[in-house]
Ligand binder design. Structure first.
Ligand code: PAF
Length: 281
């Protein structure tokens, strides 16, 4: 696996491949890689000649400096894992390489950024849009792969790519779960084994919500979810929203023509977890 820290060198290397007709698949990450990321690498390998992964903990998407400081950084393990799974190129830039000057761009994200995560993490999605656009400009991939665990992020990246007319095909990939049902996430590394076991209750509550959606309206399903989670003192509940899968707007009633997704954010101590599940139909 080739490792680049400089954008210009990576760009030059990929231009050579592109000139020879090679397609590029890109998996942007913030590192602390797990099987979920590897499933994106595998998907990229299936559809492209060259697979590029990036590891960059993007400061502009952290509204909370403590969260940025505590974000797990495991670059040596990440390199070994990527190599083992046949990733061809790793881009591992410094903050100065990605942001040589202060970037003050404010993206119009169609209001998709005002709900759920956007409410609790002001500026987060602007930072995500900023870094993804910058990485796309450097890598110029044909296809880019993102996990569906970050459901709102995926919708916003699709919106941004369309609005900015970026020639990249954005591909969403299913969430990978532990045997317990806990969604795989780099943040799980900061949980104790006991907390991981408790955290599986989040998925269980979402499955119950899916079941309840057969008999109750969205508002009731939300109430049941909140009650079931708030029984457990380990959780600090932030939100559970049932939204239209495309507009991300909260749903007041079920519509058999539209998909409804339940999206949740919960804290365990100082670790913030998010997850989502198709609730209806
Ligand atoms: O999902 C992530 O890991 C990050 O938000 C991303 C897309 C790599 C941008 O920093």
């Amino acid at each position: 696996m080739k490792v680049f820290e400089k954008a210009a060198e990576l760009n030059q290397f990929l231009a050579l491949g592109r000139a020879n007709g090679k397609s590029v698949g890109f998996v942007p990450t913030m590192g602390a890689l797990h099987s979920g990321h590897i499933s994106l690498i595998n998907k990229a390998k299936q559809g492209n000649d060259v697979v590029v992964a990036s590891v960059f903990v993007n400061p502009t998407q952290f509204n909370n400096p403590d969260d940025l400081k505590k974000y797990p950084r495991t670059i040596e393990a990440d390199k070994a894992l990527l190599e083992k799974h046949g990733c061809n190129v790793l881009f591992f830039p410094s903050v100065e390489e990605i942001y040589p000057e202060k970037d003050n761009t404010i993206f119009d994200l169609g209001g998709l950024d005002n709900l759920m995560e956007g409410k609790f993490r002001p500026g987060h999605f602007n930072g995500v849009a900023m870094v993804v656009k910058r990485l796309f400009e450097i890598v110029q991939p044909n296809n880019a792969y993102f996990g569906e665990k970050d459901f709102q992020q995926l919708a916003i990246i699709r919106y941004m790519v369309k609005a900015e007319l970026l020639p990249v095909n954005v591909i969403g990939c299913p969430t990978l779960r532990e045997a317990s049902g806990l969604a795989m996430s780099s943040r799980n590394m900061r949980l104790t084994e006991e907390e991981k076991i408790e955290a599986a209750a989040i998925y269980k509550a979402m499955l119950e919500a899916k079941e309840n959606a057969k008999s109750f309206p969205p508002q009731k399903v939300k109430e049941f979810f909140e009650n079931s989670i708030s029984h457990n003192p380990i959780f600090k509940f932030e939100y559970f929203e049932i939204v239209d899968s495309e507009t991300l707007l909260p749903l007041l009633e079920w519509n058999s023509e539209r998909k409804a997704v339940g999206c949740v954010a919960i804290w365990i101590r100082d670790v913030r977890l998010i997850d989502n599940l198709l609730i209806f139909p």
